[in-house]
Every structure is written in C-alpha cells, then in structure tokens.
Design a protein. Structure first.
Length: 141
C-alpha cells in the first residue's frame, strides 16, 4: 500500500514521486510497499532530487541527486521511503520493477467469480479483462 503523495502506475509496475514528471513539493513524505511474491529488481527511468536533502531510501540506503537505485533488488514486503526538506524541489523519479510486456503469455478465462478465487485478480491486460494470478502482476502498491 502506498501512503503519502507518491503514486503507483495503474498496472502497478512503476511508482513515481509526488507530481512526477513535474516538481514534487516541500516537506513531503511517502512510502511504497513491494507487494510482489518474490524479489524485484528496480529499473530507474528518471531520478532527480535535491542532492543531500531529498532522499529515496531503499533497503536502508539513501539515494539523492541523480543517483537512483538502478539494479537494486528489493524483497517482497519491503517498504521504500521518500522524504523532502523545506526548500528546493526537483522533478523526482519514476522507478519500475516489471512491465506488462514482461508478463508470461496469458489466456483470459471467464471473469465471473474471479474476485472470489484465492490468489486471483480481475485486471485489464493487453486490451481485455482477465482473471489472472495476482502474483503475475506489478510488484508495487
């Protein structure tokens, strides 16, 4: 679950700083939870924060300036934190963990009763509603 002003893409494959790609604000904080059932490798699409003052913390390591957590592996259930100070703002970040293109080939089944089947979710995938294993989708919430 995300708390604060950070956002997660609708397919849960990427997360963003508040207001991305526009500047985030002063005195902001947010958390992103890794909901994947396995370890996730982060891929940084964009990363610009105020160096030395606005931090993204992953696995206890702080990232700032233009050095994001590229290639960092995070475990299922991990929490990622973002915090900003009282002055100077930047465009922030977009960080991904998987993309719909990397999903295995899916066969859409009847969606009736999907939400009542353990471990399955109803999702819009490649132009159709599908009842799929929830572990196959994006790693962030």
């Amino acid at each position: 679950m995300t708390s604060g002003a950070c956002t997660v893409a609708s397919d849960a494959t990427c997360f963003h700083s508040p207001n991305y790609p526009s500047n985030y604000g002063n005195n902001q904080q947010c958390t992103i939870t890794v909901t994947a059932h396995a370890q996730v490798t982060l891929s940084v699409t964009a990363f610009t924060t105020e160096s030395g003052y606005d931090f993204l913390t992953v696995n206890g390591v702080r990232y700032d300036g233009t050095s994001g957590p590229e290639g960092v592996q995070v475990a299922a259930g991990s929490t990622i934190f973002f915090t900003t100070d009282y002055s100077v703002v930047r465009s922030g970040f977009e960080i991904c963990g998987a993309s719909p293109e990397s999903l295995p080939e899916l066969t859409c089944m009847s969606v009736h009763g999907c939400m009542w089947r353990g471990g399955r979710e109803l999702r819009w995938v490649r132009g159709a509603w599908c009842c799929i294993e929830s572990s196959l989708f994006g790693p962030f919430s």
